[in-house]
Design a protein around this ligand. Sequence first.
Ligand code: K1U
Ligand code: ZN
Length: 174
Amino acid sequence: MALLPILRYPDPRLHTVAKPVAEVDARIQRLVDDMLETMAQADGVGLAATQVDVHLRLIVIDTSEGRDPPRVLINPEITARSAEMQTSDEGCLSVPTIYDQVQRHARVSVRAQDRDGQWQNFDAEGLAAVCVQHEMDHLLGKVFVEYLSPLKRERIKTKMLKKTRDESPRAGRR
Ligand code: K1U
Ligand code: ZN
């Protein structure tokens, strides 16, 4: 297994729309395993393939604090959304150190293939519902900061560019 580099906002590749996975083969299973390792190492509760610069409809989620195995969602679709909404703090491994409030559906029903290519259905609420909607936005090229005001978004963009420069001061120099 391998740790994959995570794209950082405002990298334009985060706005790529992912394509469906045609076949769940050994290459996809290896990507799943690498994404699970990358998510765990980064202390995340979710990760979308978009964030590791692979533009396929694949996400992994682990919101159960070790009680259940992580969920692998290949070609996920939301089949039902609650009318009730909830507002909660969100973070993103592609926008480190930034947390802000986002309103989402309180419950969603999801249909997706698992690591073996089998179709599964499940209902999510609480953090799992937030995480599914956040990760599915990534597959559409949307980052959670796009729900915030233009002013906040510009401040975050500036902060992330500075953070990236400070962490690798030689990058981009001639
Ligand atoms: O970058 C990502 O897409 C992963 C992201 C998922 C997420 C967490 C919480 C709300 C929405 C989306 C993270 O894992 S952020 C870091 C984190 O571990 C966390 C943040 C807030 C609450 C719980 C966990
Ligand atoms: Zn994210």
